[in-house]
Design a protein around this ligand. Sequence first.
Ligand code: NAP
Length: 497
Amino acid sequence: MPATAPPQPRSNGKHEVTLIPGDGVGPECVEATVRVIEAAGVGLDFERCEAGEAVFRKGVPSGVPRETLESVNRTHLVLKGPLGTPVGHGEKSANVTLRKLFETYANIRPVRELPGVKTPYSGRGIDLVVVRENVEDLYAGIEHMQTPGVAQCLKLISRKGCEKIARLAFEFARSEGRKNLACATKSNIMKLTEGELKRTFERVAKEYPDIESWHVIVDNCAHQLVKKPEQFDVIVTTNMNGDILSDLTSALIGGLGFAPSANLGNDVAIFEAVHGSAPKYAGKDCINPTAVLLSGVMMLRYLGEFEAAHKIEHAVLVTLEQNAKAGRGTGDVVGYGTPRTIGTRAYADAIIGNLGKRSEGWKVRDHREIRMPRISIAPEFVKAGKLRVIGIDLFVHSPLGPEEMGSSLEKALEGTALKLKMISNRGTKVYPPTGARTDNVDHHRCRMMAREDGADLSDEQVLAALAKVGAKHRWVHVEKLQEIDGAPGFTKAQGED
Ligand code: NAP
């Protein structure tokens, strides 16, 4: 199975790259990176484009203008600085927009111990990678206010998405000669969504006998990462878990200044640091550009420029070794504004000066081209052998308590094809009463099942029941309860039999 080819160089032998300097500290980090890459003699044509805060200010709600999208569609390759996002309100993240528009479904976040970057873990040889699913999960960003007081965010996990990320994680491990892959999920609680990744991972693992694979519950993974990080080699996980775990792993090796990443898709790849725009350091020539530079190194490897990537990584290691010896470093390593602090530009100059030198004490891994899983981009219509609608979950906005609500619904459903099975409040069964002491809110999930065993409810039957309930209560959302090939396609409430 051949890899989806990385973009080919143009007729002048140079690869074209969409370069987005970004916000806050982005332009300084990107400038340092471009200078080092150019000094290493790699033929790249950078096309400078905008995205982020300046674009939001111009009134483009996505933060990514048409010219930038056109450039990415042409180059298939992006090197970018961080983009600022309004927090908790307003526009969507321009970063997430870019990752999703180009279906860069895998976010690769490596961390390794570096010379002279002292942490409580120094000397333990941390060298691990988080492979984070990048476009699904809660980051699909599908949110609703179901009632004025209750918000919902849909956690969407697809079979196809799990297949892609699981396969890519194994291929990535192979490309770096790594031998151990852990899958971290919360499938003990979210059996359908997180469980889908666990099940897919375990199925795909059989095709990669050369890589030891195992599952770990994500909270224990966080615990183990702090306690014994050296036991991990590669970790594959869902989007939000990966976002959090990879910030944690960055901290293990000295912080976000040293954490690069790649967003890989079928035919577009976006390389950027894990960190954000760190606005308090913007324009002060004090930020550590290593994370963006190492993202550039990942880009070179993606392009097959292994020698240049090796050369730059060694130059970074040598520079860090020299800094450690001289007791100097970037602000995040030795403290900002001290006589020992070196600025962003001076640090990049030192790396350029060390191009061609090899670190004797620190190794650089051998890499080979990553074989991207070839999974069709055609929409997947997953067919079941037998699909049956056996009930509905109706979400109702009401000030009533569970018992009043329960008896009212039982009455309303008389003469329909549905009967009330239970009501839950934020996932815990409250009717029929269980003796639980829940703090009920005005958002009730009312589970109604077909009266007749073995029935496959028609839309007419569902709508008739909805009309009767709707005459008495304000319902806000309905979910069909389906049996898929004999197995329930829904989970039970806490306390439900
Ligand atoms: P942040 O920009 O990553 O900064 C958090 C802290 O991390 C900084 O205060 C600093 O820690 C440290 N840090 C970040 N970059 C560093 C570097 N290159 N060298 C050394 N230390 C570094 O996170 P944030 O403050 O939460 O987010 C700021 C903005 O960036 C937000 O608008 C957010 O949405 C956006 N963001 C963008 C991306 C992206 O473009 N991919 C990613 C994350 C966040 P100290 O304070 O301890 O020095």
